[in-house]
Ligand binder design. Structure first.
Ligand code: MG
Length: 157
């Protein structure tokens, strides 16, 4: 078995949609990013690549490549899953945590789980997503941005 951890954070910016876990969430700000800024999927991709010993998301999808501008991060996730299969790994489960002061994410968690489970080829029960605030502390607490952690377990096929 192989374990992987991923972390990502993005700054809020006006005039962009907020996309988290593949779900567009109604809010007055989105994430400043080269891609769609889906911080949860970016953390998940890094956890998957880390567990497989395949580096990180920046190496696979460089900002210097214009084809990744505003890209749907689910496309990146499905590409990463393809790399795992080629490397003879299968995913056992994923446990994800989003840190955000606002907006309230609880109403969207179930849909995020469904979408990510579909991209990962897993049962929804094996993709857990938790949302928390940081009690007003730090950049998340001040409402400057959103951060996410991901932990995954891979099995060698
Ligand atoms: Mg990112």
């Amino acid at each position: 078995m192989r374990i992987g951890h991923g972390y990502d954070a993005h700054r809020f910016t006006p005039h962009r949609p907020l996309v988290l876990g593949g779900v567009t969430i109604p809010y007055e700000r989105g994430m400043l990013a080269y891609s769609d800024g889906d911080v949860l999927i970016h953390a998940l991709c890094d956890a998957l690549l880390g567990a497989a010993g395949l580096g990180d998301i920046g190496a696979h999808f460089p900002h210097t490549d214009p084809s990744y501008r505003n890209i749907d991060s689910r496309i990146l996730l499905r590409h990463v899953i393809g790399l795992l299969w080629e490397s003879m790994f299968s995913l056992a489960n994923a446990d994800l945590t989003v840190l955000a002061e606002t907006p309230k994410l609880a109403p969207y968690i179930d849909e995020m789980r469904e979408r990510l489970a579909s991209d990962l080829g897993l049962d929804k029960g094996k993709v857990n997503i938790k949302a928390t605030t940081t009690e007003g502390m730090g950049f998340v607490g001040r409402g400057e941005g959103i951060a996410a952690h991901a932990v995954v377990l891979l099995e060698e096929k």
